[in-house]
Design a protein. Structure first.
Length: 127
């Protein structure tokens, strides 16, 4: 039973805005809007805290996959201060989706992210 709210949807939208912001200033601004100052991001490849750490992880993903954007791959499901959603990384040129996963986000009272717990379902072999 899903009890997600607009707050959950808005938090996920802000998270995607950050992951898809390409200019350094836009990325830093989007992370500052989406995450609390000490908010974190953890997945099998990263474990960071604070805006600078999140920006560094996003920038590294963008450098590894230029010309790709993150998009939702299903509905947001949430309850209390927690939401989960699936995503995929999509090539803007040919629609290829080499990376996919799901995230669980924990929100503060204002709907900002305090933590992201990421799970990778599909990852290309590292060359």
């Amino acid at each position: 039973m899903s009890a997600h709210t607009d707050r959950d949807e808005n938090a996920v939208t802000r998270c995607f805005d950050a992951w898809n912001a390409r200019e350094p200033e836009a990325l830093a601004g989007a992370v500052a809007v989406a995450w609390t100052p000490q908010g974190g991001y953890t997945d099998p490849l990263a474990d960071v805290r604070g805006h600078e750490g999140v920006v560094a992880v996003v920038a590294a993903a963008q450098a590894r996959f230029p010309g790709f954007v993150f998009r939702s791959a299903g509905a947001v499901d949430g309850h209390h201060d927690t939401a989960r959603f699936s995503w995929e990384l999509v090539s803007e040129s040919d629609g290829e989706t080499p990376v996919a996963g799901s995230d669980v986000i924990i929100l503060d009272a204002e709907g900002r992210i305090t933590a992201v717990l990421g799970f990778l379902a599909r990852v290309p072999a590292m060359a």
